[in-house]
Write a protein that binds this ligand. Structure first.
Ligand SMILES: Nc1ncnc2c1ncn2[C@@H]1O[C@H](COP(=O)(O)OP(=O)(O)O)[C@@H](O)[C@H]1O
Ligand SMILES: [Mg+2]
Length: 235
């Protein structure tokens, strides 16, 4: 198996006042390159905690996470930031777009942060806008867009640097059914087109119909791990 992420006996303990609370209990998982998968579980089951650890936004209390054989725990702050910048795209429930910027500028922004000149990446941004179906909305600001359109911008921003892995924490939680399906179809298409792995968290059944692998979390433990090919039922 061609793993992009290896999670080995990861434990996460949060200290709340004088009490320790174990949010993840010895999680071990492999995530394949190009995967389209979700962590499924009720609120509080540890989905966000696990995504944050994979994203290098937080460290496990014990155990290790490897990205392409690099152990995240051995990277210093600068190297971790570099890891995120080069390899990851993030999509959030609440879109997290910059409100004063247009669609075009929101997608351009990560490229400018990497030191690119606008003139050199303009076409790339335009192509990305087209890939998410927003060419006719390019000058609008987030407040002038629907939730579904905002999430399309966020997906384009996450993908524009062609990362190997997109982490999406409850990406359809604020969308109605129709928009959720459209966003999931779009992500599935982009997963095939760009070959980026998409790892979601969700408790939404609509998401689970689309993914090719579901990992069930409950109280910080993996309870099941199901795979399917195409759109058949999970095995
Ligand atoms: N920073 C934190 N400090 C203390 N407890 C936390 C913190 N973050 C999450 N938790 C707890 O860890 C558990 C898992 O949380 P989380 O990963 O956010 O779950 P989910 O995303 O599945 O809803 C919950 O019981 C939550 O209250
Ligand atoms: Mg969460």
């Amino acid at each position: 198996m061609n793993s992009i992420v290896s999670i080995e006996k990861v434990v996460k303990v949060y200290r709340v006042g004088s009490e320790d609370f174990t949010a993840l209990h010895e999680i071990s998982l492999e995530i394949e390159a190009g995967a389209f998968m979700s962590f499924v579980g009720p609120s509080g089951s540890g989905k966000t905690t696990l995504l944050n650890l994979i994203g290098g936004l937080d460290q496990p209390t014990s155990g290790s996470i490897f990205f392409k054989n690099v152990k995240l725990g051995e990277l210093n702050r600068t190297a971790l930031a570099e890891y995120r910048r080069k390899n990851l795209g993030f999509v959030f429930q609440t879109y997290n777009l910059l409100p004063v910027y247009s669609v075009y500028e929101n997608i351009l922004f990560p490229l400018l942060l990497d030191g690119n000149k606008e003139s050199a990446v303009r076409q790339l941004v335009m192509d990305m806008v087209a890939s998410v179906g927003l060419s006719d909305q390019i000058k609008k600001r987030p407040s002038q867009l629907s939730g579904g359109q905002c999430q399309r911008v966020a997906i384009a921003r996450a993908l524009v640097k062609k990362p190997a892995l997109i982490l999406a924490d409850e990406p359809t939680a604020n969308l109605d059914a129709e928009n959720s399906y459209q966003i999931l179809e779009l992500m599935r298409e982009l997963n095939k087109q760009f070959k980026a792995a998409f790892v979601f968290s969700t408790h939404d059944e609509k998401v689970t119909k689309y993914v090719t692998r579901e990992v069930g979390l409950e109280d910080g433990r993996v309870c099941w791990d199901k795979r399917r090919n195409g759109f058949g039922s999970l095995e």
